[in-house]
Design a protein around this ligand. Structure first.
Ligand SMILES: [Zn+2]
Length: 134
């Protein structure tokens, strides 16, 4: 299957790119703007062949200047925080699911006990009637 025609994938496009920033890849077609998520360059945007997934001409060019040491540190910290939050949220979701399961089990047990109580009440009634008749 060829995906050469049409939109050519879904790169992370930025609205701030003006008409002055048309960059051509080695295919001679407009390079797509992507955002890097590699360590050290997180959030930096770069141009890349628009059809790299199907037929990469290995064109590459930074759009944003690469980070300085401090920017890298801040970005690494933020990404760590984000990952920590993700991890915590996952834990909370698992807790919620487990609580939901516990709740279901307790509800079933409650219904079970309710029916046992009803049975016992009926038995008690029968016993008390029997006693009155004696
Ligand atoms: Zn290309």
């Amino acid at each position: 299957m060829s995906s050469m025609s049409g939109s050519g994938g879904s790169p992370v496009q930025s609205q701030s790119i003006g008409a002055d920033s048309i960059i051509l890849c080695r295919h001679g077609t407009r390079a797509a703007l992507y955002t890097s998520w590699t360590i050290g360059n997180r959030g930096c945007r770069f141009f890349r062949c628009g059809v790299w997934e199907a037929n990469d001409c290995s064109f590459f060019q930074w759009y944003d200047p690469p980070f300085t040491g401090h920017e890298k540190e801040v970005m690494t910290y933020l990404v760590q925080q984000k990952n920590n939050m993700k991890y915590k949220i996952k834990g909370l979701e698992e807790n919620a699911m487990s609580l939901n399961e516990d709740f279901k089990i307790l509800k079933e047990k409650c219904e079970e006990y309710e029916s046992v109580i009803k049975d016992l009440q009926r038995i008690l009634e029968v016993i008390s009637k029997t006693n009155q008749n004696m």
